[in-house]
Ligand binder design. Structure first.
Ligand code: ATP
Length: 293
């Protein structure tokens, strides 16, 4: 299982109009795991996903999916890939059953039993038009289509946006089932970091077009600590060991990448808590923006 389903090397993608540059010397998504892709608005997540989907072409470097070059093998790759984009590109006027007819021929592994099972599970009426579904129901339909051809990789751009907490939890449960039963790999971007606390094995954190932090989620959260203490403990020396420091008259809070070094200075005078993915995200983003206090 030590394969990478996505492997990007030496990639550069520039948008002359906006001046944005995506610069990824190396990015890998491992087979059989859930990898969460986070980053602030405009960090380049959608651009990366579009490059993997061969909807954009790199200026430099290479994108490989299932070990094959993404552009040259685009058709073969897509057969094994379930994609849910930010905007579902379905023809809104079409009924769900018509959309099934349109999509099915592209996938040799199409499975009507799975498709019907998900329509039932999501209470989706095949006679309804896509445009008449709520945004959440549209996402569920997109997921039903994506899962009905037994993909090896689910590639999703903000799949849980616009979903109420119950539907979001159901989607996460479905992903967990698919991983367990079908061994599917999952790569998805999100702003809802609590979803990553729940199901991600790996985290890729993009900032300004570059990978800022990556690794196994448990290793990242175990190796960092949120440090809290009284305001007078926040000396310059302590502050240099923290990122994303928030301080008031009375106290402070900051993320430590080397908690041992902070403990050597503050000992048990401070509190040390395991961070969430959101804590990591905020700490590193603020550090990059030079926003600390
Ligand atoms: N076709 C394009 N032409 C010019 N600039 C573009 C184009 N597509 C994206 N960009 C710019 O590239 C940057 C990255 O955009 P991208 O959509 O990949 O970010 P994102 O991380 O997905 O953001 P969000 O979380 O807001 O969806 C942004 O500054 C965006 O304006």
């Amino acid at each position: 299982m030590d394969q990478n389903v996505i492997e990007i090397t030496g990639l550069k993608k520039r948008f002359d109009k906006s001046g944005f540059v995506l610069d990824l010397p190396r990015l890998a998504v491992r087979e059989g795991y859930v990898t969460g892709f986070i980053g602030e608005n405009g960090a380049g997540k959608t651009t990366t996903i579009k490059l993997v989907m061969d909807l954009l072409f790199p200026d430099e470097g290479e994108v490989r999916v299932f070990g094959r070059e993404a552009h040259a093998f685009s058709e073969q790759i897509k057969r094994d890939l379930g994609y849910i984009g930010e905007q579902t590109g379905f023809l809104g006027q079409a009924k769900l059953r018509t959309l099934r007819e349109m999509v099915k021929p592209f996938y040799p592994n199409w499975d009507d039993v799975v498709f019907r099972r998900y329509l039932d599970r999501f209470s989706l009426d095949p006679g309804k038009k896509f445009k008449d579904l709520s945004k959440g129901k549209q996402k569920q339909f997109a997921l039903a289509l994506a899962l009905s051809h037994h993909p090896k990789l689910l590639l999703m751009d903000e799949p849980t946006a616009n979903l109420d907490p119950l539907v979001r939890q159901e989607l996460l449960d479905i992903l967990a089932d698919e991983i367990e039963q079908e061994g599917v790999s999952v790569f998805f971007s999100t702003h809802i970091t609590s979803d990553l606390d729940k199901i991600a094995d790996y985290i890729l954190f993009l900032h300004g077009g570059k990978l800022l932090l990556e690794g196994e989620k448990d290793v990242l959260t175990d190796s960092h600590r949120i440090v809290k203490g009284r305001r007078e403990l926040l000396t310059g020396e302590v502050e240099r060991l923290l990122c994303g420091v928030e301080a008031t008259e009375f106290g402070f809070r900051g993320l430590a990448g080397d908690p041992g070094a902070v403990h050597a200075l503050l000992g048990d005078e401070a509190l040390y808590e395991k961070p969430t993915v959101e804590d990591l995200f905020l700490g590193y983003t603020r550090r990059e923006r030079g926003e600390a206090r």
